[in-house]
Write a protein that binds this ligand. Structure first.
Ligand code: GLU
Length: 306
C-alpha cells in the first residue's frame, strides 16, 4: 500500500471513530453511511454479477435452489467483519461481502441471501444439521473441524491477539498473562489456545465476543483474546478506550464452512474465490470493510484445494 492509500484508510478510520463517539447508537461499521465527514469518499464494495442457470451437482445447492434462498450463517457482533445493525437488520463487513460475492456466483442476488446469526460454539452443528447452507464468520480451517465439516478457502489469514484497555502496559503478549483474567468465546480456537496452562491465565468463557468486550470495558477482565481482525474492529470503534497488543501468536486461515463431503460445492466456491481475487473484487470488498479498521489489505491467501 502506498502512502496515499494509507492516508485514505486513516481518514476513514478517523471518520468512523468520530461518528461512533459522536452518537450513542452504534451504526453499521463498514457501511457506506460511515463516509460523511472527509473529502475522500469511503471505499465501496463492488457490485457482484449474479450468474444464471447455475448447475452444480451439490445437494446443498439443490436444497437452496428449491428454497429460492441461500442461507448463510454469520456473526452479528463483529464490526467490519460480520455485523448486524440492531435497528435496521442490515448486515455489513468483510465476511458478509464474501458471502454476497459467493452467493452471486451460485445464482443468488443479495436479496436472496438470508443471514442467520450462529455463534462460534454452534457452527459445526448448524452446518451438519443443514440449518445453514454456508457458514462465513471468522471460521478457522483446521483438521479437528475438517472431521465434521468441509471448508472452501482460505479467503483471509488472521492471527490470535489480545485486546486490552488503552492504558494497559503490563499485557504485552500471551507470556504476560500469568494471573490475569482473560475472556474468550466457547468453541473458538482462541479459547482453546489461551486455556493452555503454560500461560497461567484465569480464563472466562462466554458465548459472544461483544459480551467479552463489555467485561473488558467494565473492568471485569484484563483482556479479550481472539483473532486480530476481530479485535481491531472493536478497538476502532472505541479508540479512546481499547487497543490491540499487535503481536499475533497463531495463524487463523478463514474458510467458508459447508456440509462435509459436498465436494462439488467446495470446488465451485474455491473457483469463485479465486476469480474474485483475480478480478479485484476481493481487494475492493476488503478496503470497504475490514480495511476501515486500520489494517491495509494483505495479499489474498492461496486457496487450498483438497
Ligand atoms: N477464528 C477463530 C475460530 O474460528 C476465532 C474467531 C471465532 O470464534 O470465530 O475459532
Amino acid at each position: 500500500m502506498n502512502f496515499r492509500n494509507a492516508a485514505v484508510v486513516g481518514l476513514a478510520v478517523l471518520a468512523l471513530s468520530a461518528a461512533s463517539s459522536a452518537c450513542a447508537k452504534p451504526g453499521a461499521p463498514g457501511s457506506q453511511s460511515a463516509s460523511g465527514a472527509g473529502s475522500s469518499p469511503a471505499p465501496k464494495a463492488p457490485p457482484y454479477t449474479v450468474r444464471s442457470g447455475v448447475k452444480i451437482d451439490s445437494p446443498t445447492l439443490k436444497r437452496a435452489q428449491a428454497r429460492g434462498k441461500l442461507v448463510v450463517g454469520a456473526k452479528a457482533d463483529q464490526p467490519f467483519l460480520g455485523f448486524e445493525d440492531a435497528s435496521t437488520g442490515a448486515r455489513s463487513g468483510f465476511d458478509i461481502e464474501i458471502a454476497r460475492m459467493l452467493a452471486a456466483d451460485l445464482g443468488f442476488p443479495a436479496d436472496k441471501v438470508e443471514f442467520k446469526t450462529v455463534d462460534s460454539a454452534n457452527r459445526e452443528t448448524a452446518i451438519s444439521k443443514g440449518d445453514v447452507d454456508l457458514y462465513i464468520g471468522t471460521y478457522t480451517i483446521n483438521d479437528k473441524r475438517k472431521k465434521l465439516v468441509s471448508f472452501a478457502g482460505p479467503y483471509y489469514r488472521a492471527g490470535q491477539d489480545l485486546l486490552v484497555a488503552w492504558d494497559n502496559t503490563s499485557i504485552t503478549g500471551p507470556q504476560s498473562l500469568k494471573g490475569k483474567k482473560v475472556c474468550s468465546i466457547s468453541g473458538s480456537t482462541a479459547l482453546e489456545r489461551i486455556s493452555d496452562k503454560k500461560y497461567g491465565a484465569t480464563v472466562v468463557a462466554l458465548g459472544k465476543y461483544s459480551d467479552c468486550v463489555k467485561q473488558l470495558t467494565d473492568g471485569q477482565v484484563d483482556a479479550v483474546t481472539t483473532d486480530d481482525a476481530v479485535l481491531k474492529g472493536y478497538a476502532a470503534q472505541m479508540p479512546a478506550r481499547l487497543k490491540v497488543v499487535g503481536k499475533p501468536f497463531s495463524s487463523e486461515p478463514y474458510g467458508v464452512g459447508l456440509a462435509k463431503g459436498d465436494k462439488a460445492l467446495r470446488d465451485a466456491l474455491d473457483d469463485a474465490l479465486t476469480a474474485h481475487q483475480d478480478n479485484g473484487d476481493w481487494k475492493k470488498a476488503y478496503d470497504a470493510t475490514l480495511g476501515l479498521s486500520g489494517t491495509p489489505a494483505q495479499a489474498p491467501p492461496a486457496i487450498v484445494r483438497y
